[in-house]
Write a protein that binds this ligand. Sequence first.
Ligand code: SF4
Ligand code: SF4
Ligand code: FES
Length: 330
Amino acid sequence: MSMSTQTKSITIKAFRFNAETDYLPAYKTYEMEVGKDELILDLLNRIKWEHDGSFSYRRSCRHGICGACGIKVNGKPVLSCKQNAQDMIDLFGDELVFEPQSQKRAIKDMIIDKGDFWEKHAAIKPYVEADVDPHPETETLMPQTKVEQFLDADYCIQCGGCHYACPVLEVNDAFFGPAAFAAAYRFAVDPRDTAAKERLEMTAELGQGVWDCVKCNECVEACPKEVNPFEKITKLHNMQFEQGVAQRNVATKHAEGFTRSIKKFGYLDEQDIVLYSEGLGVVKHLSEALKMVKAGKVHPFDVMKKKMPRSEKLDEIQTIIEKVQTSKLD
Ligand code: SF4
Ligand code: SF4
Ligand code: FES
């Protein structure tokens, strides 16, 4: 790699695939000198303009606002027109791999079928549903405190970066996904909206809703607009409890089990949480438990005689929980 302060010479391996003619994708290699101010979008353009006019990718605004140009660079989701190329070289070295956000949805090179993303976005009702006077005499005023509740959910540009980085969506097509959850939150907290409960019910359902999120934070890291979808997911968890929409299931009981354990001991008792959230269903973990005993990872007598310590400040912890706990399933 040449290391002048201005340019770096690199190899780009780009995913090439045409769903109309190819059975399998292939990676093609392009060599180029990259200037310090060039963006990943500039490199996509240079592949097309300097090497192969048939190379295909989406872009429109070039200003990080239309959400069209999301791809993955060495597996990392990026918005091409916002991502400096040399920062990627610093991170990954002099071989950059360009791939579409989702290879199984590839139509042509970097272009994917985002149909599943848009279907989920539409299903969540990404608009204010309100019974408003069509000819109001005054404008509807929105207090600043209410606007602040939107957090950064309004900044989403529907790029799909978080959606196609989410490991749950990779294995569960029914899961709404982080961008849809961020939109559900945005409109559920809007004081003018009348469909909030419907959104909370949709996002409470096991299989498709927020309780199937595995809290991996990939969506937060993928987002080029700092929307922080996981923060909105945790807000939806709370709203479902507060508005009586949360259903009694393993996931919600697991959340309650945390509070219950801390309230009881001031510490987390992991065995108690599993027993509380799964009840008799805990027998399904018996074979794993036996394997752990066999592997010497746990000793059965330690488990039986285990006595949880109690925090010295337990009464203070209990007071804090009582003050901040807004609701529970019962
Ligand atoms: S935190 Fe949840 S929604 Fe976000 S990527 Fe991970 S599993 Fe998906
Ligand atoms: S939340 Fe962020 S990553 Fe996800 S679609 Fe919106 S802008 Fe893109
Ligand atoms: S081209 Fe519009 S966001 Fe990149």
